[in-house]
Design a protein around this ligand. Structure first.
Ligand code: GDP
Length: 385
């Protein structure tokens, strides 16, 4: 990473607004510097609640997002807002008049606003948004409101990654209700009718309620009514998703490719290629009786290549060579806790060859996953001390 970028990242993480903005821009632009920023930000391992807000143009999304953000900021939360407008060529800070006004509020220090149009996002809006989310999460913003017009498939794709999606409807939508039903109905977790100060709001809410079979809250973003209740409802509903995320957080972690197993007729023969031509160095040869195989480990960067030579005709490697000839026989992923990983895979209906770990070469605890569950790859899980 260039010293400049390193500086931006440090200052962004310390809360400097301009640096945060700069980091988002770098991530949006893609390229090596953007990827470096992203890596640093992801390494912080922070996760914020992501609230997607969508609905037809004019339904009051931006007004509502302003209200929600102000209300959340009053609760001393650091709120990130990413407003996506694919039709706008502009990307950057406060462009919309509303947002400028909002920035003048006493809560301005707790709210970070970013708009995203088509021009700034070189690699596509969806990636740009995901990148911006990582930056804001790392910089301590939680929740993050992601606002987008709920019309196109691209926007639906963007918002699908939120923990909770709020769909904003308004009275008198008529045919638009049908649009909502068709497009964003299935991704909405919470539906709200805005502009309840206008006639027909109750009817719109009832109409939605009869389809959804759940209560549809009424708010007026313009007048600021029903906002606190909506914030509570969002957190209540998001609670379930949050629990799912947290459960996911301590789920199995594949740390790296531990090694790639290559079936060979003769280790001695094949070693010549790896040592003399590729310039790699053999770490050691070991026979694993239980698996009827002789293995040679050749470190390569962070991982290793494992040459496998059969020691008996009825072993797995012998059968592999008989069927396929020499070649890649398995890929091994390193995990922290192999028992937990196996338990999790079992729960998810993955077919295992080994129900419990056994001892492989180098004393590693290993277990194989059936190729039927992995798309044709014999997968080894491997836990090392
Ligand atoms: P967006 O396109 O969905 O982001 O909608 P905006 O937030 O820009 O709002 C569109 C228009 O509706 C603006 O003129 C707002 O002032 C108005 N508006 C937003 N919320 C309300 C509301 O609760 N009541 C009324 N009467 N107007 C509203």
């Amino acid at each position: 990473m260039s010293p400049d970028t390193d500086d931006w990242v440090k200052r962004a993480l310390a809360g400097d607004r301009r640096s945060i903005s700069r980091c988002v821009t770098l991530v949006e632009n893609g390229g090596p510097e953007g990827r470096n920023v992203l890596r640093e930000m992801r390494a912080k391992g922070k996760t914020a609640l992501k609230i997607g807000i969508t609905g037809p143009p004019g339904s009051g999304k931006s007004t509502l997002v302003n209200r929600l953000a102000t209300s959340l900021a009053e609760q001393h939360k650091q709120v990130g807002i990413i407003a996506i407008d694919p039709s706008s060529p502009f990307t950057g800070g406060a462009i919309l008049g509303d947002r400028v006004r909002m920035d003048a509020s006493p809560q301005e220090n707790n709210i970070f606003f970013r708009s995203m149009g088509s021009r700034g996002a070189v690699g596509g809006l969806s990636d740009a948004c995901a990148g911006a989310v990582f930056v804001l999460e790392a910089c301590g913003f939680d929740p993050i409101l992601i606002e987008t017009v709920g019309v196109g498939q691209a926007e639906i794709e963007i918002i699908r990654h939120s923990d909770i999606v709020v769909v904003v409807a308004v009275p008198g939508l008529g045919d638009d209700i049908q649009t909502i039903k068709a497009g964003i109905m299935e991704i909405g977790d919470l539906f709200v009718v805005n502009k309840c100060d206008l006639p027909g709001a109750d009817r719109a809410a009832h109409e939605l309620e009869s389809t959804l079979h759940e209560k549809v809250p009424l708010v007026s973003a313009a007048e600021g009514t029903g906002i606190e209740e909506l914030v509570s409802l969002i957190y209540e509903k998001a609670g379930d998703t949050r629990k799912r995320i947290e459960k996911g957080a301590d789920s199995m972690e594949c740390k790296k490719i531990d090694h790639i197993g290559i079936a060979v007729n003769s280790i001695e023969e094949r070693l010549k290629f790896y040592e003399e031509i590729l310039g790699l160095h053999l770490e050691g040869v070991e026979t694993v009786e239980a698996q009827k195989v002789k293995t040679a480990f050749i470190p390569c960067g962070d991982s290793e290549l494992e040459l496998l030579e059969s020691t008996a005709d009825d072993g797995a490697v012998a059968r592999f060579i008989e069927k396929n000839g020499e070649g890649i026989q398995h890929i091994a992923l390193q995990v922290d806790d192999i028992e937990q990983a196996l338990e999790e895979l079992r729960e998810k209906g993955v077919r295992l060859i080994d129900e419990t770990p056994r001892i492989g070469a180098g004393g590693a605890r290993i277990a194989f996953v059936h190729p039927k569950s992995t798309g044709g790859v014999l997968l080894e899980l491997c836990e090392r001390d």
